[in-house]
Design a binder for this molecule. Structure first.
Ligand SMILES: Nc1ncnc2c1ncn2[C@@H]1O[C@H](COP(=O)(O)OP(=O)(O)OP(=O)(O)O)[C@@H](O)[C@H]1O
Ligand SMILES: [Mg+2]
Length: 360
């Protein structure tokens, strides 16, 4: 039956993609993308406290990924929500934090030895949406070009069919294969979005799976890669490339698009990590010179683990008791490393240089 974009695509082919998709151009791109990932792994290892990367970068990735769904939050609202999890904060910021929580849960599941599975997908999507996630069944659903009021794509319908397609996808990701893992990642991302297993949250769940798969394949050690940044910046191409696979079987264009994204983002993230490291070193130098009485590497690292710091964090980190902790933060403010502001009854100190770095 011919493909129609307003009819459920129940004939979505199973993976693997047709033979011959690993052309010379694709393989060349895999090599350079893997080199870029290796540099990123290396840069990450050189940061003294991994918590700095695991907190800050996934939070930015969460913000960017959520922006695709038009959940826009400011940097500030976001970090404020991050230090004040239970307080009532901006709903968009809370939604972005849920994305980070999902990414972290997925990462921890892999560390605990799990592999990508349908249950993990359900868990990610439920966490993002803060509700139960069920696989779609008969709900009418279609991807539309809202401006043109035209159907773009209608995913397959029926829970049993969706389960079968997902089982095939999971097997494709987890079973030994001659395909390069980056080709598998790209093919799986198309397939996941084409299956569109949930009523909502498919884009975000799929983007988290990309990062998790790199970790599962040991191409990345911690969940730091701003892949969503590339997808936002090239959103039109992203949608067009997905469509071209469905409508023209254009795997080549899709694979090259994704590989280019992995490579660019890996290089870009490496640059960010190096800049964070240089900033930590310069800050440590300054605090040691100007505040020798309170300097410790732990104190400096702490104001990088979260771009917002509170007295309680210093106490919890075992660096000082309450009174001394409060004085330390005020001293850091005096020399311009931090900026304090009152939030409710408490003082919160932002690290402006780090925030600036993360926001660009
Ligand atoms: N033609 C297409 N074929 C298959 N999948 C598509 C197509 N166009 C878009 N998509 C996918 O659908 C996703 C949107 O689906 P959904 O609204 O369920 O996800 P979301 O996480 O809520 O949103 P978003 O991805 O916009 O943040 C897009 O991110 C993209 O991955
Ligand atoms: Mg949506």
């Amino acid at each position: 039956m011919a493909y129609r974009n307003n009819q459920p695509y129940n004939e979505l082919p199973l993976l693997p993609p047709p033979d011959g998709i690993e052309t010379a151009a694709v393989l060349r791109r895999c090599i350079t993308a893997r080199e870029a990932l290796a540099e990123l792994r290396w840069a990450g290892k050189l940061v003294p406290n991994q918590a700095i990367l695991i907190n800050a970068i996934p939070l930015q990735e969460a913000r960017l990924s959520s922006e695709i769904e038009n959940i826009v939050t400011t940097q500030d609202a976001l970090y404020r929500a991050a230090v004040d999890a239970e307080g009532q904060s901006d709903p968009a910021a809370r939604e972005v934090l849920r994305y980070r929580t999902a990414l972290r849960r997925g990462y921890e599941a892999l560390l605990a030895g799990q592999r990508i599975s349908i249950d993990l997908m359900l868990d990610l999507c439920a966490t993002i949406r803060a509700s139960d996630a069920n696989l779609r069944d008969q709900e009418p659903i279609l991807i539309e070009d809202v401006a043109a009021r035209a159907a773009i794509y209608t995913p397959p319908r029926g829970r049993a069919r969706i389960v079968g397609l997902l089982q095939n996808l999971v097997a494709f990701l987890n079973e030994a294969s001659a395909l390069d893992p980056l080709v598998r990642l790209a093919a799986a991302h198309y397939q996941f979005e084409a299956i569109h297993p949930f009523v909502d949250g498919n884009g975000r769940t799929g983007r988290i799976l990309n990062v998790l798969y790199l970790i599962q394949e040991r191409l990345l050690e911690i969940p730091v890669l701003y892949l969503s940044r590339y997808i936002i910046q090239t959103k039109q191409a992203y949608y067009r490339r997905l469509r071209a696979v469905t409508e023209q079987g254009d795997w080549q264009g899709w694979l090259l698009y994704m590989l280019e994204g992995i490579e660019q983002t890996a290089r870009w993230t490496t640059g960010r990590i190096e800049a964070i490291r240089a900033l930590i070193d310069a800050t440590a130098e300054r605090v040691r010179a100007e505040l020798p009485g309170i300097y410790s590497p732990e104190l400096v690292e702490l104001v990088f683990v979260q771009p917002y710091c509170k007295i309680g964090f210093v106490v919890e980190a075992g660096i000082a008791q309450r009174n001394a902790a409060s004085r330390y933060l005020r001293e850091l403010e005096r020399i311009g490393v931090l900026q304090g502001e009152r939030v409710g009854r408490e003082m919160v100190y932002r690290n402006p240089a780090l925030l600036e770095l993360l926001s660009t």
